[in-house]
Ligand binder design. Sequence first.
Ligand SMILES: *[C@@H]1O[C@H](CO)[C@@H](O)[C@H](O)[C@H]1NC(C)=O
Ligand SMILES: *[C@@H]1O[C@H](CO)[C@@H](O)[C@H](O)[C@H]1NC(C)=O
Ligand SMILES: *[C@@H]1O[C@H](CO)[C@@H](O)[C@H](O)[C@H]1NC(C)=O
Length: 546
Amino acid sequence: MIADRYFGIYEVLCILLLLRITRGNDELCDRRPLGSKTAPLPPDNRFFIDVVDTFGDLYIPNREYKVRLYSRDNTSTFMGFTISVREDTDVNERNPRKPKHLHPGQLIPSRDDDASKVHPKCNNTVIETDVMPKTFVEALWIAPYKGNKCVTIFAVVAVKPDVWYSFEGPLSKRVCEDRRKAEDMQPMENENCQACEEARYQVTFEGLWTFNTHPQMFPETRGLARFSDLVGASHNSYFILYKNNADASAGLKMLAEQGNTTQFEIDIQEELGTNVRTIIKATSPRTTIDRTVASFRTSPEHHLVSLSTAILPSPDWFLGVSNMELCESKGQWTKIAILNLYPMDAGTDSGQTFESPNEETSPPQPISSLPIKGVPKEQMKPMARLRFDLIRTYSTPRCTSATIAATDDQDEREPDENLPDEDSIGERPPPPTTPKSEEPVTPDPDSSEKCPMTTWEEWKPCEGQCVDGKRTGFQSRFRYNLIDGVKKHTPGSSKPNEIPHECQGEPTDDFQECEEDCVEDETEAPDVEAEALSRIWENPSRWEKK
Ligand SMILES: *[C@@H]1O[C@H](CO)[C@@H](O)[C@H](O)[C@H]1NC(C)=O
Ligand SMILES: *[C@@H]1O[C@H](CO)[C@@H](O)[C@H](O)[C@H]1NC(C)=O
Ligand SMILES: *[C@@H]1O[C@H](CO)[C@@H](O)[C@H](O)[C@H]1NC(C)=O
């Protein structure tokens, strides 16, 4: 009896929702699956809907999420389904009786398969493409822009044309906006970077640390506050500069406690050419609110970037980012990314204040974020901000072969734009596919007989930002192992290593600081900025109501 009454009310609600008239369209939007005219069964626990990767049921505005509808036991099948989204409402100040509809984002069929398609009449709704029995199906939901509160994603499932379950309970998922600032969140790591091009980025570190913004987090002798040099790398997922919740390396300890980047640089250099693409080094900003700039290269393998700088003077506090992702899911290089930095504790010194004497933490504690006394987490202000700007991309043979495959042996080939790395530091020139010359090369008399090496090449140009007519930065030079008088490149991970094990320790690269006069080039950066801005503006407008 009670169950019947419940179901009666339920059904009415259901039908009301299902038969919502589409705005601006006279046709009815009927979300019942497979054109069924029967009433739904109350939901059972066999079928579920989930929005993948919404941690704590929070979504990040504008981000894409997979929506998965599946049977829990992997064996119950369904024939038809309807997945849809419902927005929240907000108080309408002009007319309290007519609440304002917020935006639910956009629900579209999955790009990975063709098991679903857009509903012919209902907005933001996808349905089955065929009635084959299935145990799961996916759709894509693009979350709305900021300020749209919560969204309910729901499904109805038909196991037979007249047997279908409505969207309560496990067939509804309500997700709410993650209200942390977007600039506090690192993009998700992309395990499968599909980019074919390489890219050059400029990174700008901007200090945001003053006594006024951080009264609880400033040395008593205010003039002592500064950041150390910034050090880091672009790299693949095997390289780790530091990791939250893990112990600090000797390099991080030295940086965080003393502001000395030496050990970190040695650690990074060891992986240059394999796990590391570019060593990144920028000189300490002049004040705690100044900027410092560096540039670096990324590749489809080396698409992550990690950076760190010490907060000085301090026991062992630092700022940084580990594994910042620059390769987007569709194989695009991120054009612009901004990340706020908050203080971290390296866990190696137990001092509590900027003035604390050295006090080795034993055993060391894992790296963690540093709480500021009396300041709740959500009120903490960033101490610095990183900004990554895509400067340009470089086509690689990988892009060309993709083009050739796609155009199926057409005569017109894309010219190979793979430019040499002449303008960059800390990077090994890509190994040539065919050795340029097999002519024997005379070894450097200074190298050992057992491991002959070529003489050092010329220093590469000085790499660094041109500020006020001066460029200070780093430059590199290279040499190569000789095997039977033939120059061998130290292979990256993709080529078998021909260099005898005992010779692999011989350095093949060398770095030095450099300074030179320069002329500021104003042509490049503004373009990037304009392009990036237009992209930012493009996004919200997709959502603007008509
Ligand atoms: C359909 O949804 C889109 C985006 O979600 C929205 O812009 C549009 O106004 C909706 N159309 C109708 C007819 O409701
Ligand atoms: C269901 O199947 C998927 C892949 O087909 C598998 O990954 C998953 O572990 C299975 N789940 C159960 C409960 O068997
Ligand atoms: C950093 O440490 C190294 C090794 O301990 C030392 O040689 C170097 O002088 C230090 N650099 C600075 C700037 O203190």
